[in-house]
Write a protein that binds this ligand. Structure first.
Ligand code: GDP
Length: 457
């Protein structure tokens, strides 16, 4: 109370306040968050011998209308035609394609929004990003955005140059444009694989699958299959007849009917498993997407789901987490997770400073360039600025999710949050700082470095 917070005995305090108190009382504290959950951080010590190869998980991203959905549809159609899958009718959020000896899992919600939303929750799902660029249209703003999202997640990129069947298609131009933004084609001596495809005729799809196979092999994707299952929820909803259903992408172990399972504050016992072909199955293995029936309530996409030893444990864990999440939601209202002043406070507290990730948005391209030039002039020994993404236009929800996933701060020049962005930023604890002139932003950066910054209200 002497610090100005009229706290009662049962009130939840913000992280900042707790840290201040700890300093006052000369105590060491460690802040543990329920959202970057204990289990989410679990390191499994599987021995090499237990590890088996698992299918790569691929997300398709790119500019609107460049053919993401068509590509996913065509790949699925080819899988059905090959007879591997009966007649695929079930949409569960992901499906698999069999190609030679390889199995590849595709997430069938295209685009970087879903990808980054999951990452913001701490889930790492995608192994490879396929960036689709229409050969008759070339690199567009959302192409760049998709690349930035994939790079921020450190996921390898394959470029699919689509619509090569169309008149006016110019795959060479696409390569040139991509090279100027840092994706150098392997066939030109660079290290990014480009594949020419047509989602309409199916041309090049075999090549694309081959290339995914090669890139996956380099990553040596393995997992322990012979243990209790855990994975990430990629989609979930309330089904009228079946109750809560969740698609879980199994990342480790084998999931079986009857397994007690917990995901965030939700729990249950696996009542039925349905695969992407709509078939009821008894077990689901590593790399498989599977629809799980039996949760008591609807889990959230991006949350970890894991099998535990008993229903009782599942219930207890879920209830504990529920309480913690609620307490955190209250605390979050009184403090931001990543703010400019915090970054430097952490630095001065002697914590390792990995850099200052920024997302820049402006009304004109000129401001972005000028700001980036000025930042480059700052002494980088003091602040390692990392521009995760920059673009022209208002601050969007997608920018906010990228910031949340990358622990970045958003700086806007003459632009405001659009749509739901401000609300989401508030919820995710992301700071959006708005400026009219770039020198003010630079001043704030310097002040923050020197510990003089007043928090923006
Ligand atoms: P998305 O917004 O990226 O998911 O793009 P869509 O898959 O919806 O495709 C946008 C439009 O481009 C649709 O009218 C498709 O039929 C068309 N399209 C997609 N791929 C191809 C292609 O390879 N060739 C041709 N000619 N048209 C395509």
């Amino acid at each position: 109370m002497l610090m100005g917070e009229m706290a009662t005995l049962t009130q939840t305090l913000s992280d900042d306040t707790i840290e201040l108190l700890a300093t006052e009382f000369e105590r060491e504290i460690e802040i543990v968050s329920a959202s970057d959950d204990d289990e989410q951080e679990v390191v499994f010590d599987d021995s090499e011998a237990e590890m088996v190869q698992r299918p790569p998980v691929v997300t398709i991203m790119g500019h609107v209308d460049h053919g993401k959905t068509s590509l996913l549809d065509k790949l699925r159609e080819t899988e059905v035609a090959s007879g591997e899958a009966g007649g695929i009718t079930q949409h569960i959020g992901a499906y698999q394609v069999h190609h030679g000896d390889d199995t590849i899992t595709f997430l069938d919600t295209p685009g970087h929004a879903a990808f980054t939303a999951m990452r913001a929750r701490g889930a790492r799902v995608t192994d490879i990003a396929v960036i689709v660029v229409a050969a008759d249209d070339g690199v567009k703003p959302q192409t760049q955005e998709a690349i930035d999202h994939a790079r921020a997640a450190d996921v390898p990129i394959i470029v699919a140059v689509n619509k090569i069947d169309k008149e006016g298609a110019d795959p060479v131009r696409v390569r040139t444009e991509m090279a100027t933004i840092g994706l150098n084609p392997a066939d030109w001596g660079g290290d990014t694989e480009f594949v020419d495809v047509s989602a309409k005729t199916g041309e090049g799809l075999d090549d694309l699958l081959d290339t995914i196979g090669v890139v996956a092999e380099i990553q040596e994707l393995t997992a322990n299959a012979d243990t209790e299952a855990s994975g990430v929820v990629i989609e979930a909803r309330l089904d009228q007849g079946r109750g809560p259903v969740a698609t879980v992408l199994i990342q480790r172990g084998t999931l079986e009917i009857g397994d007690p399972i917990v995901s965030g504050p939700n729990w249950g016992k696996v009542r039925a498993l349905i695969d992407y072909t709509g078939e009821r199955i008894e077990v689901a293995g590593v790399g498989d997407p599977v629809l799980v029936l039996g949760f008591n309530s609807v889990p959230s996409a991006g949350d970890l789901a894991m099998v535990v030893d008993s229903e009782k444990t599942a219930r207890t864990k879920a209830e504990e987490r529920d309480t913690r999440l609620k307490a955190e939601a209250i605390a979050r209202r009184s403090g931001r997770k990543f703010s400019l002043e915090d970054v430097f406070k952490r630095d001065r507290a002697g914590e390792e400073m990995k850099g200052l990730p920024l997302i820049l948005k402006a009304d004109v391209a000129g401001s972005l360039e000028a700001f980036e030039d000025e930042i480059a002039k700052l002494p980088q020994s003091e602040v390692l600025v990392d521009i995760v993404h920059s673009g022209v236009g208002g601050v969007t929800e997608s920018d906010v999710m990228l910031a949340a996933a990358s622990q970045a701060i958003i700086i806007g020049f003459n632009v405001r949050p659009v749509g739901d962005a401000a609300r989401v930023a508030d919820h995710e604890g992301v700071e959006i700082r708005s400026y009219e002139i770039i020198y003010r932003a630079l001043e704030d950066l310097r002040d923050a470095m020197e510990g003089l910054l007043d928090p923006e209200q």
